[in-house]
Write a protein that binds this ligand. Structure first.
Ligand code: NAI
Ligand code: NA
Length: 397
């Protein structure tokens, strides 16, 4: 089968398994081109198969020699359907990790369930040396079933103040168009906090603690976003912002608990805006990202997911140059948030039109990043070649 890209707005309907290998390889190559660092040896990553969670796993494995457990929600080959991008990313990661003699174990399923937590804890106890040094919480999900009351909550990407209308990029049609983000009901705000807030992170820590699998000095980091003024309406003051503030509050609760019992730490890290499966579907966000890339690349301070996470880990979580704000949040988004960067983004934001957006933004770069998430647009992958799905279907993460 020959696999071609098919998009629907900010959603990729297809992905390329061979391209996924290249996607992972390039991130590994970056880490290997950097100095090795002293970090954790045993790591659990929730949301390990794509975006920031995958980049974190790659940095830890190939930069610090960590053995990793990944939890992700992905699909394998089903008939003519080639499986999800995160499925192939995980297989590619496994192959590379195994070559270096690094344990890489994967649990594919629902991280929100208690069953998943029990399975992971059992594995840590019986086959992973008994303890973990670090848990990374990098989930992005639209739905969560609360394991305690059994209710299924759906997150909504909505405003909490008023209708927000603004421009965005439609990668399918390659146009800049107006989108409107409607106002959430109180129920929708509550549901988004249920899905993307800190409750599940806390349940993981509680279960791991009860299971006796946290090491002395254990750390945990969850990924969040704040963003600048131009995105406040859709992010900071949106439903997702409400959920992220809940996540941040949870980090303080967890930090007190871990400090006391394990001399440990819990942090939230505010990451830079990047194109990922999760962010590409947020209204307005893709245009902001394309303008931001333009400015940051010109200034020589642009980072992709791997550079961003590698800096977080080597400089901040396991290094001596943490950037921390007054709310105790790690700030690898510090370059994105620089005044000169935001002033230039705002100036471009005022100038951008459907006619000039391809020239004045880094549209090409943002689109390439989006395509590469799904294994497309790599110059060294042959996209006309036949992909043997029957053969690939034998591989499991
Ligand atoms: P992503 O969509 O690339 O990754 C999400 C991960 O969560 C995948 O590994 C997926 O398999 C997993 N997942 C989803 N539902 C699951 C479930 N029920 N059980 C187990 N695994 C599940 O998203 P991305 O962008 O890497 O997001 C990760 C975190 O980083 C999120 O908290 C996001 O808000 C944050 N972040 C993202 C930024 C961006 O610009 N993309 C900026 C700052 C923070
Ligand atoms: Na992730």
């Amino acid at each position: 089968m020959v696999i071609k890209p098919r998009l629907k707005g900010g959603l990729a309907l297809t992905n390329h398994p061979i391209g996924a290998k290249e996607f992972v390889k390039r991130q590994i190559d970056y880490v290997k081109s950097q100095d090795k660092y002293e970090g954790p040896k045993k790591v659990l990553i929730i949301g390990s198969s794509s975006g920031y969670g995958l980049a974190t796993r790659i940095s830890l494995a190939f930069g610090a020699g960590a053995e990793t457990i990944g939890v992700a929600f992905e699909k394998g080959v089903e008939g003519k359907r080639a499986g999800s991008a995160g499925w192939w990313n995980t297989i590619a990661f496994n192959e590379a990790a195994e070559k270096e003699g690094l344990v890489s174990k994967n649990f594919i399923g629902d991280a929100f369930s208690m069953e998943m937590k029990d399975d992971v804890i059992k594995f840590i106890k019986e086959e992973f040396g008994g303890k973990i040094d670090l848990l990374i919480y990098s989930l992005a999900s639209a739905v969560r079933t609360d394991p305690i009351d059994g209710v299924t909550y759906r997150s909504a990407l909505k405003s909490t103040t008023k209708d927000i209308t603004g421009p965005t990029i439609n990668f399918e049609k390659e146009v800049m168009e107006e989108t409107t983000m409607g106002v959430a009901t109180p129920d929708e705000i509550k549901s988004t906090v249920k899905v993307m807030g800190g409750e599940d992170w806390k349940l993981w820590i509680e279960a791991l603690d009860k299971g006796g699998v946290l090491s002395e000095g254990f750390k945990t980091v969850a990924y969040s976003y704040l963003g600048p003024k131009v995105t406040y309406g859709i992010y900071k003051e949106g439903t997702i912002g409400a959920a992220k503030r809940d996540l941040e509050h949870t980090s303080d609760v967890l930090n007190d608990f871990l400090k006391e019992k394990y001399n440990g730490e819990a942090y939230v890290s505010l990451s830079k805006a990047l194109m990922t499966k999760a962010s590409a579907v947020i209204p307005i966000f893709p245009l902001y990202a394309a303008l931001l890339y333009k400015v940051m690349k010109e200034k020589g301070i642009h980072e992709g997911t791997i550079e961003q996470k590698h800096r977080l880990l080597t400089q901040m979580v396991y290094g001596n140059n943490p950037v921390i704000d007054e709310e105790r949040r790690l700030r690898p988004d510090n370059w994105e948030m620089r005044e000169d960067v935001q002033a230039e983004v705002e100036a471009l934001w005022d100038k951008v039109t459907p006619d000039n957006f391809k020239e004045i933004s880094d549209y090409a770069g943002a689109r390439e990043e989006f395509m590469q998430l799904n294994g497309f647009d790599f110059d060294n992958v042959d996209y006309d070649a036949d992909v043997d799905l029957d053969e690939l279907a034998k591989l499991k993460p």
